[in-house]
Ligand binder design. Structure first.
Ligand code: FAD
Length: 197
């Protein structure tokens, strides 16, 4: 008997594949995720930091005012879905290396758009250590525990039979090759998404 087709087959369960699969599941779509141990795995070694400020220019990163609140609630929601906390609220402390940097910080922190993210107070001493040019504090930052997020999400998918451990071979004519591999795995899907492969 043939398997029911899924709506989306996602190849790769790094951060991108994980977030996409969760977003589709939330929208009532049926997904199947395929990954193997030993891929590029940037997501396994990444710090997972969410920082709204560029430390080169002290400007806001692209669409920070929209993206940061979205990311905070997205990762809290996926944490609730997995019954584990994957997002950690943090402030980031930027130690200045010159008086010019300190002045630039003060100028940028004064902008209305920066106020939710940049503290306009300059610190000087840090746990008993004196910083020569002081430091500034970035609010509304944080980090995601990526290995925990991906492991828990994989576990959740496995329980629902929505995960297959397999390496798709991409080096031949992709179309015929993929169809053959899907048939061999007994997978039927309406759409295939390559998650960083
Ligand atoms: C050292 C380092 C630190 C970083 N720190 C940060 C940070 O602090 N903040 C930040 O925002 N970003 C950071 N990044 C960037 C971030 O890690 C990446 O943008 C993100 O993890 C990419 O995720 P991905 O899902 O696209 O790719 P990947 O994590 O590479 O996932 C791809 C997945 O596809 C699978 N795969 C590959 N080929 C196949 C195949 N043929 N068949 C089946 N499965 C396959 C792999 O096994 C893997 O699981 C950092 C990156 C590095 C390298």
């Amino acid at each position: 008997m043939e398997n029911e087709p899924v709506d989306y087959l996602i190849i790769g369960q790094g951060l991108a594949g994980t977030c996409l699969a969760f977003s589709l599941i939330k929208r009532g779509q049926k997904v199947l995720v395929v990954d193997f141990d030993g891929g590029a795995r940037c997501s396994r070694i990444a710090a997972g930091t969410i920082n709204p400020i560029s430390f080169k220019t002290f400007g806001l990163v692209w669409k920070a005012e929209i993206l940061v609140p979205f990311l905070q609630s997205f990762y809290k929601e996926i944490g609730e879905y997995l019954d584990t906390e994957v997002f950690i609220d943090r402030s980031i402390l930027k130690v200045f290396k010159s008086i010019d940097q300190q002045n630039l910080w003060l100028k940028k922190a004064d902008l209305d758009s920066s106020k939710p993210f940049m503290d306009s107070e300059i610190g000087s001493e840090l746990r008993g250590i004196k910083t020569e040019f002081g430091y500034g504090i970035v609010h509304n930052a944080g980090n995601v525990n990526l290995p925990l997020l991906m492991d828990k999400f994989k576990e959740n998918l496995r329980k629902k039979n929505l995960f297959i451990q397999h390496k798709f071979e991409m080096d031949q004519t992709i179309r015929t090759n993929i169809v053959e591999q899907l048939n061999n795995q007994g997978i039927r899907t309406k759409m295939i998404i390559f998650g960083s492969v």
